[in-house]
Design a protein around this ligand. Sequence first.
Ligand code: BGC
Length: 700
Amino acid sequence: MTLEEKVHMLHANSAFAAGGIQRLGIPEIMTSDGPHGVRPEQGRDWKGVKGANDAGTYLPNNNTLASTWNPDLGYAYGTVLGSEANFRGKDIILGPGINIIRTPLNGRNFEYLSEDPFLISKMVVGYIRGVQDQGVSACVKHYAANNQETHRNDIDVEMSERALREIYLPGFKAAIQQGGAYSLMGSYNKFRGTYATENAYLMNDVLKGEWGFKGLVMSDWGSVHNTQEALHNGTDLEMGTDLELMYNSTDQTATASTANAPTKSLYDRFYLADAALEAIKKDPKLLPVLDDKVRRILRVMYATNMLGGTKRKPGAYNSKEHQATALRVAEEGIVLLKNEGNMLPLKKSVKTIAVIGENATRENGMGGGSAQVKPKYEITALQGLKNELGDQVKITYAQGYKIARGQKADPQLIAEAVAAAKAADVVVYVGGSTHGYDYSKWSDNAYDAEGTDKPDMKMPFGQDELITAVQKANPNTVVVLLGGGPIDVTPWVGQTKALVETWYPGMEGGNALAHVLFGDVNPSGKLPFTFPAKLEDSPAHKLGEYPSTPGNELKQTYKEDIFVGYRYFDTYKVAPQFAFGHGLSYTTFDYGKLTVTPGAQRATVSLTVRNTGKVAGAEVVQLYVKDEQSAVKRPEKELKAFEKVSLKPGESKTVTLKLGADAFQYYDEGKKQWVLEPGKFQVLVGSSSRDIRQTGSLTL
Ligand code: BGC
């Protein structure tokens, strides 16, 4: 390759494509978002592609996937993405998003998995392998410390090395080392003073050095800021720079730039384009740096059947299998938070159901920003209930509230909802959050959306008042929530008999919900993050800094340190509204005594779990480790193993959970390494982080 050809590989040549050298038979790399389906075509110029066949499978969002606690479903989910990417001619899927859910307010929590690095690690590996086994590259994002949208482009995040190692990095490490991710995306924010994408420590020392990552580092869209820094500090492929210039450009060469000719275009103005060429010409010492980047890109191209004579798999689009996966993930990811007096499952003998709330009819696929998916179809909650019940049951609908900017409780809509509630045997209230107001306009992003954080943790649009009134009118009310991340349910949950969390459940969401409400499916989802009773209880807000350091908008220190999520609530004895790992079932499970067998630096824990109820169900057996005594302050307990077991009524199974040395270690900042302090450790096994059923201990 000539110098010019090599440099041509390092940057985008249009909105989502990069590189391409016809002389050498090197095709362009085609990328697409991610993470919940293959994004509708944006075209080379972000103007879309008329008539494109781009309405595909809309999978449940990543919160739903994480709530399944079922790594096999991670694989199935990734398989759908990889297969549809092939069909759509995409080489890299921009996902999964695995940033830690640090604050309930992050607008992109809906794209992420969990507050717990172990759960993230387990789920992400399946997802990546699923995508990549189809011959498509996953691109794990956003590395690293991109935990909010407010000031996302330049907030400078400070945190201790221990917090970085114990909380914020393990998911990425697992994605690389266990998942074998071919690509990784650098994030927008700064980390310890330097942009993450050009951060020598994160990229060169940790990712490519310690972890031995051989794939390509892609920038986020516009996260490169400097040619020298990007060249030296780890960026291999620059995407999306100067979006504004692109949007407003009348420069036709920008859209005409194809694989055939590295013509001059605004893409040649990228930091890793002409400017890099000049820099390398002046300083030949940069040649090995350039070669390394090109090799990384080529390596991903070989791995994804783009070079070397192997062919892309044809893939499938909107197949029945893909839709079945969307349904299964939603069914397993729905979380039953409360079920007083066994109000659920509902009986089909019920005569009238009032469905209340605009979320019952709201379609979500196209919302949220870059994670949008144009679904082939989307079953809303109202439609799902109709599918389930046919003409057997009378279903009425009241809007209850309006999803609109600045909307408060509307007395007229409340009155209609109350009347509908009174006239029905059962109310299914479907509310919660939304991606935004008008999905066609980026400026209308709100709540669960890219580019903006939520204003607070409360239910928007006057829903607190509405739910209170509806529950009073008819106590037989099931409250169903949609949304990403935790939400404040405190104002009315005391009066709620049944509460169901469905996140953004994808194209089959309404069917999945109906199956759970009527007991065709026994819920088995577990919360992948804590629901604080109020925002102020959340560690990022109580101990840390959000959205910035007072007096310095663009700086932020994660003062809560390693005490993120349940690590904080349990250690600092703060009662959550709903605990990490919580989720109810229509049956009951009995946990037998633990057998703990210690090894040199590890242990095996086994127990028998029995379904003691009347219906089949699945239980997520969760194992937490507690260090009894330590030189440093450690969390009250940390998740270190789990397994989901399916049991018929009366059936029992033995669950064996293996703990490696890493289950007992902490990161020692002085020694700059993980250490295992000898001593006694407790092993806590239960149905949630706050519902421990059996304990054991071992001395290492
Ligand atoms: C987002 C990425 C996304 C990219 C391309 C960026 O704004 O942060 O997650 O993959 O756009 O759409």
